[in-house]
Design a protein around this ligand. Sequence first.
Ligand code: F6P
Length: 558
Amino acid sequence: MSPNSPSADSSFVTSSGSPTQSTAWLALQDLRDEIGSVTLRELFAQDPGRAERFSLEAVDLYADLSKNLITQDVIEALVDLAEHARLPDKIAAMFGGERINSTENRSVLHTALRKPKGQQLIVEGEDVVAPIHRVLDQMAEFANRVRSGDWVGATGKPIRHVVNIGIGGSDLGPLMAYRALASFHQEGLECHYVSNVDPAQLLETVKPLNPEETLFIVASKTFTTLETLSNARSARTWLVEGLGGDLSVVAKHFVALSTNTDEVEAFGIDTANMFEFWDWVGGRYSVDSAIGLSVMIAIGPENFAQMLDGFHRMDEHFRTAPLANNLPVLLGLIGIWYRNFFDYPTHAVLPYVQALDRFPAYLQQLDMESNGKRVRLDGTPVDYETGPIIWGEPGTNGQHAFYQLIHQGSTVVPVDLIGIIDPAEDVGGQHDYLMANLFAQAEALAFGKSTEEVAAAGASPELVPHRTFTGDRPSNLLLAQSLTPSLVGQLVALYEHKVFTQGVIWGINSFDQWGVELGKELANSIIPELQARTEPELDHDSSTNALIRRYRNSRSRS
Ligand code: F6P
């Protein structure tokens, strides 16, 4: 079957109809009306056990969901909605390797990437787990050689700098995990990440580096991505020029992570130095595949294995826990509650953990590339909202920037707050300040400060409305003991499965990304027009034509 023909197994595609037609959806609409007349202050006052009732532990994460605009009835109706969408069957279909990515006719098997060695998963007659561990072993051997100094560059020097060249899922995941696990890095070995086709990023990155001690990892699932291949070619030129002009040096300084052996060979990288993965690993779901090689080099194969174990433990929680006690499911359903019944358009992820500074950016791709869809699996347009806009920055920085809007703006922004109990390092008791701010934000958002309280605190009457906080601004608070490799795996898997849950309810394909294609196509047609020696004939719209002419005529380089 050709990659673009519809899937043989269409049960995933045609299932339960529009969610808006379900009785659960109608019940949720009624509950939305009811909850509009009650505040979080009242809900907490009515139920002294609320914090406990709406908190749960999943693997090593403690999640306090009590500061959401939810009641037991809301949770039950949301779970009904998930059952109406046959979420348990869909979870089984994904884990079992059914071709649920119907528009690309592919299985979606990132969960297999973290299955323990020795387990099997037979998909269409073949075990997928053994090849995964073959590649993991190959990665571990290579990572150990780089870490020990046994792998040397063309002039015999050990590697001190690793530059991962990739974009999207081939950049955001490894970059996020590398930064998250800074306290596990091997000293004297630094990783850098280059993604943008803007040459400034590559040039800036390599400027202080010695080519003799630099290893480039070209990370691209397809090995055809303009940004990555352009940066890889420029990096190759920099390396070869820096090491005397002989192309043979590439073998010791370039490795590839890809599914595309032919293109890797065509680029000039020895396929012995290629670490493969498979078309059933989506780019944004690939940090735990060979795409994580830079992370493995930085933290070592044992810690990388711990990360995979964290992923796997969260997978098992998602696969086996009842829907009402299933953390990814609950996060997904609560997100649906706000997106579809409150019309809240965005969702912020605010880690109170500096090491997770790239986690929101990572989640932007994971969530928005997965669920930013306007048609259902069967191609019909949705008549309800789908994926929210995901954004965020680490606390407390955001508090001094955009939290004003979160507390008092006219748009309500549901937030995820993430905190770690034991930091890798502390100084001057600052970690307590950080955590005090985390807890305070959740409290302030939920309960606000009423007009009466503001007035009683002595505010002048004209300032009272300005200083009032309405409260009822929802948050999920995730707390964990320490930021270990396992926890990073758990967090990523948690959000992967949250996104899956929402995609199932919305009946969309969370695993394709056709929306990125048009811009790529048009850019490919404009590149020769910018580079033509003679004035090209342009047949874009008048605005695009004028911009291209202006650029050609105004640039100072020839
Ligand atoms: O443009 C979107 C995208 O296809 C992402 O889904 C992917 O993560 C990224 O580009 C990079 O793709 P590749 O790894 O094939 O270079």
